[in-house]
Write a protein that binds this ligand. Structure first.
Ligand SMILES: [Mg+2]
Length: 194
């Protein structure tokens, strides 16, 4: 079949793009230390940058906890927009899971539960994201986009508010709008092996 445009591939980051990891991180921090930190307090910064030195070990321990990544809230509209995009693009999930090995099982289950239309063969649990080869990467970390060969989209998060020079999306509605303008054909139905 003649194809005007090849099927394009979008890699999507999980933490702070699909999943609201920051809200759970802040929730555990506030609960443990009886603080009242909000996302607004973290403009241009990570939580570890506002936390005192003697809390750094505990900050890391939050992420290493077996249940941290098990039940993270969804980013608004992520499911609906990705479901729509999956009909026109190849969607891969690319998450830096190796920095927190305990996150592997919970992240796998979270994706199965909330994004059943994305097959596990499209999960990329990686370290350095420069290994990715795709047309697009949606990520909240500027360093990942700087290493990426394709078109990066910076998903706005408190820590990256000051980052300049990127194509920026503030929410999943922006993502939908961006890709609505990208010409492509539908992904053909999967073929069974002969
Ligand atoms: Mg992220």
């Amino acid at each position: 079949m003649f194809r005007s445009f090849p099927v394009q591939r979008i890699c999507v980051d999980m933490d702070e793009v699909m999943a609201d990891t920051l809200s759970e991180y802040i929730r555990r921090y506030n609960q443990t230390f009886d603080e009242d930190v909000t996302p607004d307090d973290l403009a241009g910064k990570g939580l570890w940058e506002v936390a005192p030195q003697d809390r750094q070990t505990q900050l890391r321990a939050f992420l290493d906890a077996e249940d941290f990544f098990e039940d993270l809230p969804l980013m608004p509209d992520a499911q609906e927009v990705l479901r729509g995009l999956s009909e026109r693009f190849e969607i891969y999930i690319a998450t830096q899971a190796m920095a927190v090995p305990n996150s592997l099982g919970p992240k796998y289950r979270w994706l199965q539960r909330h994004f059943p239309f994305i097959p596990p063969s499209h999960y990329v649990f990686c370290g350095n994201k420069s290994i990715l080869r795709a047309d697009y990467l949606i990520d909240d970390q500027p360093k990942n986009l700087l290493r990426f060969q394709g078109q990066g989209l910076l998903y706005t998060a408190p820590h990256n508010l000051a980052a300049a020079g990127f194509v920026r999306v503030n929410n999943w509605r922006d993502v939908a709008e961006y890709f609505a303008a990208v010409p492509c054909e539908s992904v053909p139905p999967p073929r069974f092996p002969a």
